[in-house]
Design a protein around this ligand. Structure first.
Ligand code: NCD
Length: 331
């Protein structure tokens, strides 16, 4: 297939660094997965496992009592917003939820992101932000004196999702090194794919990128993969990867990012994971999806023990508990 480079996305260099205390995450913004190394990842994963044990046993604790988190979402969300809220509440903290649509906030009166952020930091100890513009979380972090956590900046990154995705792979398959991971679907606009791919460059994995031509992985991210020396290949066909994949990471075509909806119509039902296709997959592997799905995984796959996407959802809460405790300096 042709290797014509796609235009670069936002450059995450020069991330702002706030105070470095405790585990190194206290007081820091979480803007990109580039901030994490294997030590911080394994720290977060250990804490997430502790959170899981704690929730199973007693449901919640008072670790973050007296702390307030503002959740500011300029784009729709179910899992990311609900899991941040659940995470904060299970740790005894509270939440300012601006997640039901910024049309009900002063954003609809024309307030700038900078002013909204400078307002929320008067009330809250940290701010979770989802925004349609690449780089918006960094802009917010430049204005905020409290930590900003990027919950998705347009087609840029979604670092907390990548942490929970990596954690899920680790918990489901018991390792990261040596795995063959296939990313399927909208690799161009899918921010979860961008963040997870960048994170996986820290491990000795093989990567397969399966997409229609117009939805190939951005060149900047492919370059990171190549720089890491990983075995990586692109293809249009799931059949090329299904037999060897340890992880099949399936994504939705990001309709909201298309300027030409006829292009979306052409690619929207490109890949559907069916029980029949799953008969070709290994016995021990996992199918993952950041969700929401809009037809990419057939419902009949849900009963397959390899379908890990709802376990992945639950891991999101434990990871965000671990992250909030760390960022708020209570870990
Ligand atoms: C993803 C997102 O918002 O980027 N959802 C999520 O956070 N779990 C994926 C998507 O919207 O397709």
């Amino acid at each position: 297939m042709s290797k014509k480079p796609l235009p670069p996305l936002f450059n995450y260099d020069q991330l702002p660094q706030k105070s470095h205390i405790g585990n190194g995450l206290a007081g820091q913004d979480i803007l990109s997965v580039s901030q994490f190394n294997q030590d911080t990842l394994s720290y977060i994963f250990t804490r997430a496992r502790e959170m899981r044990q704690m929730v199973r046993r007693i449901g919640g604790v008072d670790l973050l009592k007296g702390h307030v988190l503002a959740c500011l979402f300029y784009e729709p969300s179910t899992r990311t917003s609900a899991s941040f809220i659940a995470a904060m509440e299970r740790l005894g903290g509270s939440v300012i939820p601006i997640t039901q649509g910024v049309q009900f906030s002063s954003v609809s009166k024309g307030e700038t992101l900078a002013d909204t952020i400078r307002t929320l930091e008067q009330y809250a100890d940290a701010i979770v932000l989802r925004h349609p513009k690449i780089g918006a979380a960094k802009t917010a972090a430049d204005y905020a004196s409290v930590p900003v956590l990027n919950a998705g900046d347009g087609a840029g990154e979604h670092p907390t999702q990548a942490l929970l995705d990596l954690f899920t792979i680790r918990e489901e398959l018991g390792r990261l090194d040596g795995l063959k991971v296939a990313m399927v679907g909208d690799l161009r606009y899918g921010r979860t794919v961008h963040s997870l791919t960048k994170l996986l460059t820290q491990y000795n994995v093989s990567l397969r990128f399966v997409s229609p031509e117009i939805l190939r992985l951005p060149l900047t991210i492919m370059n990171e993969v190549r720089d890491a020396g990983l075995d990586a290949r692109e293809t249009h066909d799931v059949a090329d990867v299904i037999e060897n994949a340890d992880v099949l990471y399936v994504t939705r075509v990001q309709k909201e990012r298309f300027s030409d909806l006829s292009q979306y119509e052409e690619v929207k039902e490109h890949y559907v994971i069916t029980p029949e296709l799953m008969t070709k997959a290994k016995e021990k592997m996992v199918v993952m999806h950041p969700l929401p799905r809009v037809g990419e995984i057939h419902y009949a796959v849900d009963g397959d023990p390899r379908a890990a996407y709802f376990r992945q959802v639950k891991n999101g809460m434990f990871i965000r508990m671990a992250l909030l405790a760390a960022v708020l300096g209570q870990a």
